[in-house]
Structure formats: structure tokens, C-alpha cells
Write a protein that binds this ligand. Structure first.
Ligand code: AMP
Length: 396
């Protein structure tokens, strides 16, 4: 079976064609500047030069048409005809409380995606456009929606409810949803497989540390807690997102700076995090280099980031009443050995030991704890596209 995986943003569309026979990527690419002048498609087939098409894409429909054209192109394509694509898997940000797992798209699924526009204003409208463009271009083929919020749907009320008046939960579905769900689902399941964790010993903490960061606690692949909330702003300190702050900070800044709540939230989303603390750096490679060169602001940013990660892991150990494996993933989790080592150092008291040699690994699955560590620790690269393709194959 060949699955086309689509991740549609408001002005972009990423795709991968995956052959489920061996889970290999046949082609992948990106449409940029959809609806804006100067749109282009960059198509990449493994071991071949990039193929770039500059053509107008007023809507996602034209973008999908161009993607399909590239996939069947005699020179740059990888299939003889669109008929070889068996199903399409879509990354969808928000499924609200209606969808607790991936689902084949029908009218009701589209209604729910639409109803969640205000919960995911940047993503859900684009995700729906991606689905409708595929329906128009490939009538009759199965489209599957894989929700980023689905993993968090197994949380118990004590983990997902905010302690605010119930009417806001009843009227507006204000609760913790959690995001990066596709990644947490994939990495927790793969950690159980890779570590061969036996039944009853499958308590896993996944640290997805990247430009956006979140941590989940799960048992046998089912989420028990996760650090993001109603929106992806809650939880850890991120590249440009503040993570948790006292909510009173919002009013305080708004009053003193004479700006609106919208403007404050924009600051908390786009101008905060390690970027704000370091005064200009959000990439951890830059932060580490600056910190080593003596830049105190960069050091503070890294320290604040680490402190919050440690508090969250420690909290989740309590939530799970112990832990069998900890996995690091995401750009930072997969590549930043110093950050991994310094986070885990705080758990030496509990008998967790990292093997410095094994911890040098980058972007590849590997156990990084010592043989006598009380908890096994892993680097396990995430692969959200493959997770979406597997869900699509299962349902289509
Ligand atoms: P992601 O959002 O998962 O793609 O992660 C992107 C982030 O990973 C970048 O902003 C960097 O901060 C971080 N990153 C990527 N490569 C490295 C590396 N070699 N060392 C440290 N951080 C890295």
C-alpha cells in the first residue's frame, strides 16, 4: 500500500509518499507561499536532485494538483499514475473531545474539524483545506485524519480538568488537550518495542524537546499526563513560547504596557521562551555556543529550560508511581547530548545513570543509560509522518 501523508499549514503544505511494504519514503516535498505571490513546490526523491516548480498556487487545490503532477512526472515522479496512491493521511491539529483516535474522513469528521477552528485557529482551517483539496483531486480515495490531540484523550479528568468554574468546561470545552500527540504516541510505542518492555512494566516518559517542547507520561502507550494544555502554550519553556506563567502576568503586562490580551498572548507565543531570556537566540546550537563563550543570558535560558524539564519529569515519575523508560526525541532531544546528560544528572539520586560514550549518539535510536541504571533511558527519533501513514494504513 502507498500512503500520501499531508501536513497542510495556512500557506504551506508538506507531503511524503510512503510505501508501507517497507515503510520507505518514495518522495517528499513542500509547497510554499500558497495564496501568496511567488509560490513554489520543492520535490525530493531520495538520491536524486531536488525538483523545484515555480507556479501560482492561489489555494491548496492547486498545490495538491502540483504535488500529484510531480509524483507522476516521467522524470521526477515515483509512480506511473495517481491510481497507485491507495490512501491519504492528514495531520489534523485539533479533534476536540469528539475524536479520541484517528478516523476515516466523512462529513461528521469535517464538521468536528470545523467546530474546532477556534481551538486551533492557525492549523484546523488549513488542515480542512488540505483534506478537501485531496477529496477534489482524488475522488473515491480514503482520507484519514490523524489528530494531534487524540493521544491526550486518554487522560483522566483529574489530569485534564483545570480548576476553574465548570461552566467554562461545559460551555467552551476548556480543558487540557495536549499536543505533539502523534509524536508521543509513536515514540512511546516504539520505546516499548525497542526496549522490549514486558507487560506491566511499560511506564514511559517521552521528552519531545524541539522548537516546541512537551513531555508525556504514559502506560502501555496510553497517555496519563502530557504537558501542553488547551493550546500548545502550556508546559515547558520553548524556543519562543513561554510555557507556564502565572496567568496574572497577562493582565499585569496588558495594564502596564497598555496593550490588549491578544497582544500579550502573541508575545507569550512568539517572543518569549529561550529566545526572550537569551535576548535573541532560539536555536539550541547557538545557545550552547554562546553559553560556552560566557554569554550569561544564554546560560540563564538553558538553565530555565532544563529546570522546567526536570520538574516535569520528576512530577511524572510520581504520577506514574515509578518509570520503566525515559525517551528523548525532537531536534534537541535527539541531538543535544549535553542537555540530555544534564537533565538526567538531576535523577542520580534515584539511581539513573547515563553512559557518557553511548550518550554521544545523534538522531538514531539507542539506549544511553548504563547497564546498572535504575531506569533505562533512550534516544528515540520521532517520525510523525510514518505514524500518520501507519494509522492511515490501519484504517483505510
Ligand atoms: P524540532 O522543532 O524538533 O525540529 O527541533 C529544532 C530544534 O532542535 C532547533 O531549533 C535546535 O534548537 C535543536 N537542534 C537541532 N540540532 C541540534 C544539535 N545538533 N544540537 C543542539 N540542538 C539542536
Amino acid at each position: 500500500m502507498k500512503v500520501l501523508v499531508i501536513n497542510a499549514g495556512s500557506s504551506s503544505l508538506k507531503y511524503q509518499l510512503i510505501d508501507m511494504e517497507d515503510e520507505s519514503v518514495k518522495a517528499k516535498g513542500l509547497c510554499e507561499r500558497i495564496g501568496i505571490e511567488g509560490s513554489k513546490l520543492t520535490h525530493q526523491v531520495p538520491d536524486k536532485d531536488k525538483y523545484v516548480v515555480e507556479a501560482p498556487m492561489p489555494t491548496h487545490n492547486e498545490a495538491i494538483e502540483l504535488v500529484l503532477k510531480a509524483l507522476v512526472d516521467p522524470e521526477h515522479g515515483v509512480v506511473a499514475s495517481v491510481d497507485e496512491i491507495d490512501a491519504i493521511g492528514h495531520r489534523v491539529l485539533h479533534g476536540g473531545m469528539d475524536y479520541t483516535e484517528s478516523v476515516k474522513v466523512d462529513a461528521d469528521v469535517k464538521r468536528v474539524i470545523r467546530e474546532c477552528f477556534d481551538l486551533g485557529p492557525l492549523h484546523n482551517p488549513a488542515n480542512l483545506m488540505g483534506i478537501e483539496a485531496c477529496e477534489a483531486a482524488m475522488p473515491g480515495k480514503s482520507n484519514v485524519a490523524v489528530f494531534d490531540t487524540a493521544f491526550g484523550m486518554s487522560l483522566k479528568p483529574y489530569a485534564y480538568r483545570y480548576a476553574i468554574p465548570t461552566e467554562y468546561y461545559d460551555k467552551y470545552k476548556i480543558r487540557r488537550y495536549g499536543f505533539h500527540g502523534t509524536s508521543h504516541m509513536f515514540v512511546s510505542a516504539e520505546t516499548i518495542k525497542f526496549a522490549e518492555l514486558p507487560e506491566g512494566k511499560q511506564r514511559v516518559i517521552v521528552c519531545h524537546l524541539g522548537n516546541g517542547s512537551s513531555i508525556s507520561a504514559s502506560i502501555a502507550g496510553k497517555a496519563v499526563d502530557t504537558s501542553m494544555g488547551l493550546t500548545p502554550l502550556e508546559g515547558l519553556v520553548m524556543g519562543t513560547r513561554s510555557g507556564d506563567v502565572d496567568p496574572a502576568v497577562v493582565q499585569f503586562i496588558a495594564d502596564h504596557e497598555k496593550i490588549s490580551v491578544d497582544e500579550v498572548l502573541n508575545i507569550l507565543n512568539k517572543k518569549s521562551g529561550v529566545f526572550a531570556l537569551s535576548e535573541g537566540m532560539s536555536d539550541f546550537r547557538d545557545l550552547s555556543a554562546a553559553s560556552e563563550a560566557g554569554n550569561e543570558k544564554a546560560t540563564l535560558a538553558l538553565d530555565v529550560f532544563r529546570h522546567k524539564v526536570v520538574k516535569t519529569i520528576g512530577g511524572y515519575m510520581g504520577v506514574l508511581n515509578g518509570v520503566d523508560a525515559i525517551a528523548f526525541t525532537g531536534g534537541i532531544g535527539e541531538n543535544d547530548a549535553d542537555m540530555r546528560a544534564s537533565i538526567m544528572k538531576q535523577f542520580e539520586f534515584a539511581g539513573i545513570k547515563i553512559d557518557a560514550e553511548k550518550n554521544k549518539v545523534r538522531g538514531k535510536r539507542q539506549e544511553i543509560s548504563t547497564a546498572d541504571s535504575s531506569v533505562r533511558v533512550f534516544v528515540l527519533p520521532t517520525n510523525e509522518e510514518l505514524a500518520i501513514a501507519r494509522e492511515t494504513e490501519r484504517l483505510a
